[in-house]
Design a protein around this ligand. Structure first.
Ligand code: PLP
Length: 403
């Protein structure tokens, strides 16, 4: 059987090799500490589970409108109004099967063959693939740790062409944990305002923020920017609901309508039961979110402190998310590095280091190359304090052998 040309364009994620090796080692009974997972380690809060159970028991188990139930859209509109000071009509909101699905749907519905979509790097792994699936061209703008992983207005301007259709902004960012301040967004907005460029904001980590970082969306800056912006959010990260598959988006009514049509011919509605659970998440008691963020914050301090003690590593202090993204370039200059390269024979340095850490330290991290930058790796600190203590001890010892 022959697959389509379109699907041949999609490269397998370079992060998969390390994940497969980690799974393999675990299956053989090795004690591997995982820092790869992109999801909260907490269980979904009980009030949310109860809402789902009530939905099942009261027979709310049938199709809903393809773009989500009216009750769900009302809860989302209320969330945008209360938390983001953004007012949307229900016709400007649609519900999808996870935040990933929301971004995918948008890209499918706006990108023509050859259209360019600007993606700041390091980026979340799926954005470039989604653009390529749609026949578009990802235009990557690199933003290293020396610029706090944030693109500048100058860089943005230099990368805009007549074919630029959209930009994807993810703040706070997976994998870097960097977040744009209002002032920084205003700088980018000056370049984007009064153009036809669609601004897609992926706000999945909106609530997982630290210290005095204040979350702002482009749509908050002016009415015209709000019209230009499609805001994506979801319940996966903030409410520990990754398995429930609910995401949503808001913006221009004509695009939202097309997305609903597209969805009606593909997945149809997001699960009815999950929608009832998500309504409870958005409208119910929010203290669980604060408690999770408090735990993530404690772990953030622990892991960043320990990473910065390891020879050859420099780690940015994330303002949001549950990811650490250390710069590992100094390690490539260590005496023992050449030997490791010969042993693992991989063209990407971050993959070589990840494989070494897996075999030598029994710790699983994600190579930066999957996020568009080979000078880093990603560690999720959505894991226990004990795992962080033990894992970092092992990593430090393994790196110590290379110095
Ligand atoms: N956007 C970003 C930046 C993410 O990190 C993720 C998940 O890792 C998603 C979207 C997808 O979220 P969901 O599980 O709701 O599809």
């Amino acid at each position: 059987m022959e697959v389509s040309d379109r699907i041949l364009k999609i490269k397998p994620s370079p992060t998969m090799a390390v994940t497969a090796k980690a799974t393999n080692l675990k299956a053989q009974g090795f004690d591997v500490i995982g820092f790869g997972s992109g999801e909260p380690d907490f269980d979904t809060p009980q009030n949310i589970k109860d809402a789902a159970i009530r939905a099942i028991e009261s027979g709310k188990t049938k199709y809903t409108p393809a773009g989500g139930m009216l009750e769900m859209k009302k809860a989302i509109a209320q969330k945008f109004s209360n938390e983001n000071n953004l007012s949307y009509e229900l016709s400007q909101i649609t519900v999808n099967c996870g935040g990933k699905h929301s971004v995918f749907n948008i890209i499918q519905c706006i990108v023509n063959d050859g259209d360019e979509v600007i993606i700041p790097a390091p980026y979340w792994v799926s954005y470039p693939a989604m653009v390529e699936i749609a026949g578009g061209i990802p235009v990557i703008i690199n933003a290293d740790m020396d610029q706090n992983f944030k693109i500048t207005p100058k860089q943005l301007k230099e990368n805009i062409t007549r074919r630029t259709k959209a930009i994807v902004l993810n703040s706070p960012s997976n994998p870097t944990g960097a977040g744009y301040t209002r002032k920084e967004l205003e700088g980018l907005a000056e370049v984007l305002e009064n153009t036809d460029i669609i601004i897609i904001t992926d706000d999945l980590y909106e609530h997982i923020i630290y210290d005095d970082f204040e979350f702002t969306n482009m749509a908050n800056l002016s009415q015209s920017l709000k019209k230009q912006t499609l805001v994506v959010n979801g319940v996966s990260k903030a409410y520990a609901m990754t398995g429930w598959r609910i995401g949503y988006l808001a913006g221009d009514e004509s695009i939202v309508k097309k997305i609903e049509t597209y969805q009606s011919q593909s997945t149809s509605n997001p699960t009815s039961i999950s929608q009832w659970a998500a309504i409870e998440a958005l409208t119910g008691d929010q203290t669980v979110v604060h408690n999770m963020v408090k735990a993530f914050d404690r772990r953030r301090k622990l892991i960043i402190g320990k990473l910065n003690e390891i020879p050859g590593m420099k780690c940015y202090n994330p303002v949001g998310t549950f990811y650490a993204f250390p710069d590992i370039t100094e390690i490539f200059k260590f005496k023992g590095w050449k030997k490791i390269c010969e042993k693992y024979d991989d063209k990407f340095n971050s993959s070589i280091l990840a494989t070494y850490l897996l075999e030598e330290a029994r710790t699983a991290v994600v190579p930066g190359i999957g996020f568009g930058d080979d000078k880093y790796f990603r560690m999720s600190f959505a894991t226990s304090d004990e795992n962080i203590e033990e894992g970092l001890k092992r990593i430090k010892a393994a790196i110590g052998k290379l110095v």
